[in-house]
Write a protein of this length. Structure first.
Length: 431
């Protein structure tokens, strides 16, 4: 089909929806009197660092991500399987230096990797540690009751050596994460910090649980030994997915229980670089939105290179355009409180940019049906309203979708099946 004809057909289809009534829409209330913090964003390169560091575009990629796009955190690897004098670590040093060159204030977050960065990148639990770091028949300094039967004295010494090695090469680490999807106990965490010599001035990141539910269960016990709480967002420990209707409840529970800042430290549902489908863009966004609404401080995007931007510097088209729209808009704006939508396949995130007096609203619809969202804005008088919003789906990337109705109180927006929509509205007066 001629793309112009297809777009005209889509536009006419949207206009035909104007007969919809408010009774058939889902109401969402956005309250400008409930302003929160700005959402921060970070880059992950733990298991894709080799391809990135070896790319002729390595420096350009760092410039784009840490300067132009304003990512504030770089999650980089600690390869426990490699000695700290392994030449492979030169790649880590190189990217850390390039990130700091692009943005001297970028936070370097060293986190233990579930792999060696090259041949074995699927080393989970005890398998990410070398046999020399596990307890054998030794008695001195090795308590066989530790997690994985791990010699925490040896691990502490290794982490100290890693930090010193990086420092000697001109790279100072800011955050340290010794556990990654590991069920470390409070005793394990406390003992490791006591045995380390170089952790005192670092932000100590912990939990980093594979399951959100496991993070909720452990945060009370561990948080006194940590400065920042990290969680991933996969299935729970009983092998069952958390029902979507309970996502917000679970993220809110983690944030409420934690007395420390909480980060979504491994967002990854947008899939591998070669997969660029709308359903994965939407799947990723709904998980980002629910975590952001719960009040987390920031999000780190797993394998940003190459899953969102390729090793060659070329964007992965649909995912890059959609995800980076969410990132760019939300990083400069205060989150705004909003009501939870009735349909668990529709997620809304709102933010307010006070410098530009703009209210931004993101909607991720993973439902198989189109949805009409009646957005009511409280706490502010809206200015000149747009007549269209940006839309991403399987046939469109950052194109326009008509808004059926608009007033100074809100708008009625139709979001097609499996799509992401973004609308930006000026706020002329805060009430």
């Amino acid at each position: 089909m001629n793309p112009n004809v297809g777009y005209l057909f889509f536009w006419l289809w949207i206009i035909s929806l104007s007969a919809f009534s408010h009774a058939e829409s889902i109401e969402a209330i956005v309250d400008l009197e409930r302003l929160g913090t700005k959402l921060k964003h970070g880059v992950d390169g733990k298991l894709s660092l080799k391809g990135w560091a070896d790319s002729p575009q390595a420096e350009d990629l760092c410039q784009v991500l840490f300067d132009e796009e304003g990512f504030s955190v770089f999650r980089m690897p600690i390869y426990a399987m490699r000695p700290v004098d392994d030449p492979f670590y030169d790649k880590v040093v190189k990217l850390a230096q390039l990130a700091r060159k692009a943005n001297p204030q970028v936070i370097l977050f060293a986190s233990v990797a579930n792999g060696d960065g090259d041949q074995d990148n699927n080393l989970h639990n005890k398998h990410k540690f070398p046999l020399s770091m596990l307890c054998g028949d030794e008695k001195k300094g090795c308590d066989n009751g530790r997690i994985y039967n791990l010699d925490l004295d040896a691990y502490a010494a290794y982490l100290d050596d890693f930090i010193r090695m990086m420092d000697k090469k001109g790279v100072s680490i800011d955050w340290i994460g010794p556990w990654n999807e590991d069920n470390a106990s409070r005793r394990d965490v406390a003992y490791l910090w006591r045995r380390m010599e170089e952790e005192k001035d670092l932000v100590r990141v912990g939990l980093e649980t594979w399951a959100l539910q496991r993070g909720i269960e452990k945060v009370r016990s561990l948080q006194s030994k940590l400065d920042l709480i990290g969680s991933h967002f996969y299935d729970d420990e009983q092998g069952k997915a958390i029902p979507k209707k309970r996502w917000d409840e679970k993220w809110q529970q983690l944030v409420k229980l934690s007395k420390k800042p909480v980060w979504f430290t491994e967002a990854t549902d947008y899939k591998e670089a070669e997969i660029d489908e709308a359903k994965y863009l939407v799947k990723a966004l709904e998980r980002l939105i629910v975590a952001a609404n719960a009040g987390i401080e920031g999000i780190i995007y797993y394998q940003t290179v190459p899953r969102i931007i390729g090793y060659d510097g070329k964007p992965v088209s649909l995912k890059h355009s959609g995800l980076f729209n969410f990132i760019r808009k939300s990083r400069d704006a205060h989150r705004v409180g909003s009501t939870r939508l009735e349909n668990p396949n529709i997620w809304l995130y709102a933010h307010y940019n006070e410098a530009e007096n703009l209210l931004g609203i993101h909607i991720a619809n993973s439902d198989s049906s189109k949805q009409t969202i009646d957005i009511q804005v409280h706490g502010g008088k809206l200015g000149q309203l747009p007549k269209e919003a940006s839309l991403w789906n399987e046939s469109q990337t950052d194109e326009s979708v008509s808004i059926i109705e608009a007033s100074d109180e809100g708008c009625l927006l139709v979001v097609p099946p499996v799509s992401y929509a973004y609308v930006e509205i000026s706020v002329s007066q805060m009430r």
